[in-house]
Design a protein around this ligand. Structure first.
Ligand code: GRF
Length: 210
């Protein structure tokens, strides 16, 4: 039986590419569709090149954000996705969408959450002068970048001279490893919310529990 993934992107789609290259078609995992709010997202081209179905759901194309979210949710449900991966999807999905896929949506974020949620995380972290930056992969709940954390990896931004392009490159290197790793663990049934502490995620890495 395959594990079916829907990926949502808004732009470049380098995280989608990492998933296509290292997860798609392996161990029964299939990316069955890639959706975007942005018709010009490069991620859509990456999906088409890989032979993956695409769909465009611009917020402005519907009567309301709720209607857009419902159309997107229906599209994902029709494709029987087991997991929705937000890979650089830059719009907030409303509570109806989140509840419909409860516990089955993950996001990758370029900061050590709960520090610096939102769309300017890297700029804000550098402006703040942090000594540690990083990447978080987390479940999505009804608030922005706030759901239970699955994994995080930190790095020291100082060697990159606080040059934003160099820091972004380092962030992407980490994301492109961490997100596929988490997706593989979820597909293998190795990630679950602790029923006694719903903020806590139990992750069975290869070398034991973390
Ligand atoms: C990533 O840095 C991700 O953390 C953030 O948006 C960026 C998307 O990059 N949410 P890409 O489109 O995957 O290249």
């Amino acid at each position: 039986m395959s594990f079916r993934i829907g990926v949502l992107v808004s732009g470049e789609g380098s995280n989608l590419q990492a998933l296509i290259d290292s997860v798609h078609g392996q161990d029964g995992i299939e990316i069955v569709c890639v959706g975007s709010n942005n018709p010009d997202a490069r991620g859509l081209v990456r999906a088409e090149t890989a032979g993956i179905a695409t769909g465009v759901f611009p917020a402005g194309g519907y009567g309301s954000r709720e209607e857009r979210d419902a159309a997107l949710a229906d599209w994902l449900a029709e494709r029987r996705v087991d997991l929705v991966v937000l890979a650089g999807f830059m719009e907030v999905l409303g509570p109806v969408f989140v509840r419909r896929f409860a516990g089955r949506i993950v996001n990758v974020h370029p900061s050590l959450l709960p520090a610096f949620p939102g769309v300017h995380a890297i700029d804000e972290a550098l402006a703040h002068g942090v000594r540690l930056m990083g990447v978080t992969v987390h479940f999505v709940d009804e608030r922005v970048d706030s759901g239970p954390i699955i994994t995080q990896e930190a790095f020291d931004p100082v060697p990159y001279s606080r040059d934003i392009a160099a820091v972004e490159k380092r962030v992407h290197e980490i994301e492109h490893r961490l997100l596929p790793h988490v997706v593989r663990l979820i597909a293998a049934g190795r990630v679950r919310i602790d029923p006694d502490q719903p903020r806590h995620v139990i992750v069975e890495e290869d070398d034991g529990d973390h």
